[in-house]
Structures are given as structure tokens and as C-alpha cells.
Design a protein around this ligand. Structure first.
Ligand SMILES: N[C@@H](CCC(=O)N[C@@H](CS)C(=O)NCC(=O)O)C(=O)O
Length: 205
């Protein structure tokens, strides 16, 4: 059984969507990052980086418990363990990994910073401009690529799941999806998936 430590944020929802997609049983442990649960010693023993998400697979490799943090690593582990959303072909698999890394290294940090600085009462226009510009550039990359394929790596994959939850926060970084019609088509298509709908509701209130 997978024990999922999460909260209702883009990085947390990636993992619940994935677990729903592959139909793997899991138990949810809400880590309220607004109240500082991520700094409690019992959580730091699971993720020394004091962030969600993290998992414990009680039936990990060798039949022993396995603890894992970093949402990208968790998605890859679950894909490999289940054999789902994980292409057997090396070229296809690394195309998935490439787009997952693009999300982890670009989309997540840049959209996250843009959202953060837009939310501040005292606005810093130079900082907002820096992150907004980079966020728009990244939307431009997605737009061009999704104009050529249905999903980021061709077939639906963990890269789409990881990117979806961040594009879902587009209002927070003041981006209108209508200005990126290929991204919008892709986003709307994922929104319709039953597993995505269920995963987005975790942790339940
Ligand atoms: N690279 C990490 C980032 C995780 C992350 O930033 N999590 C945020 C929520 S989306 C968090 O737990 N923040 C709490 C904190 O920074 O104290 C991952 O993808 O797992």
C-alpha cells in the first residue's frame, strides 16, 4: 500500500492524479503546510527537505518499505512499479523524462515564483516581470509543442500529469489560457479525465 503525504497544491496533486490513473491503492496523510506540519520531526523523518509530496511504499523493492520524496521521482517510481504511463521503448521513455524534467526544472519553479510575487501585498514590478516573462516563454514552448502532438511526449504520460497541475494555476500567474489555444485544448482534455478529477480532490477536506 502507498502512504501518500500531501497537501492541496500542484506538486501534491500530481501524485494523487497518478495514483488514480494507475489504480494503485493508497492512503492519504494530509500535511498542512500552512500550519507548518512539514517541519514536524515525524515528517522530516520522511522528507528531510520539509516539503510535500512524499510517499512510503510499504511493499517497496525487495518487499521492504521504501520512502521517496520529490514529485518527479515519485511519478517515475509509480510509473515503473505499475508499468503504466511508462513506455517500454527507450526513446519514448526518455522523451517522457525530458518533458518531466522540463516541468520540474522550469514550469514548477517559474510559475510558483510568479504566483508568489503576484500574491504579495507590496508588489515588486521588476521581480514580477522577470518571472512573468519566463512563465510566458514556457507557455510559448508548450503551445508550439502541443500544436504538433496531442500530448507532451506523444502518448499521455506522467509529464502531462506533472505539467497539468501547474497550468491549472494559470490565474495565479495572470495568464489567459485562451491566448494559448493548443495548451487550452490539452488542458481541457486532461480536465475531463475521471482520474484527474478524482486526484485533484485530494486531500479531501
Ligand atoms: N521539487 C519539489 C517541490 C515540492 C514543493 O515545493 N512543495 C511545496 C508545496 S507545492 C511545499 O511543500 N512547500 C512547503 C514549504 O516550502 O515549506 C517536488 O516537486 O516535490
Amino acid at each position: 500500500m502507498i502512504q501518500l503525504y500531501t497537501w492541496g497544491t500542484p506538486n501534491g496533486k500530481k501524485v494523487s492524479i497518478m495514483l488514480e490513473e494507475i489504480g494503485m491503492p493508497y492512503e492519504v496523510h494530509a500535511v498542512n503546510i500552512g500550519q507548518g506540519d512539514q517541519f514536524k520531526p515525524e515528517y522530516l523523518a520522511i522528507n528531510p527537505n520539509n516539503k510535500i509530496p512524499a510517499i512510503i511504499d510499504t511493499d517497496g523493492p525487495g518487499g521492504k518499505p521504501f520512502t521517496l520524496f520529490e514529485s518527479g521521482a515519485i511519478l517515475m517510481y509509480l510509473a515503473e512499479k505499475s508499468g503504466k504511463l511508462w513506455p517500454a521503448d527507450l526513446r519514448q521513455r526518455y522523451t517522457v523524462i525530458q518533458w518531466l524534467m522540463f516541468q520540474m526544472g522550469g514550469i514548477g519553479p517559474m510559475f510558483g515564483q510568479a504566483n508568489y510575487f503576484y500574491r504579495q501585498e507590496e508588489k515588486n514590478p521588476a521581480v514580477i516581470e522577470r518571472f512573468r516573462k519566463e512563465a510566458l516563454r514556457l507557455y510559448g514552448v508548450l503551445e508550439k509543442e502541443l500544436g504538433q502532438r496531442e500530448y507532451l511526449a506523444g502518448e499521455y504520460s506522467i509529464a502531462d500529469i506533472a505539467t497539468y497541475t501547474w497550468v491549472g494555476r494559470h490565474e495565479g500567474h495572470h495568464v489567459k489560457l485562451e491566448e494559448f489555444p493548443n495548451v487550452k485544448r490539452w488542458f481541457d482534455k486532461l480536465t475531463e479525465r475521471p482520474a484527474v478529477k478524482r486526484g485533484m480532490e485530494i486531500p479531501k477536506k
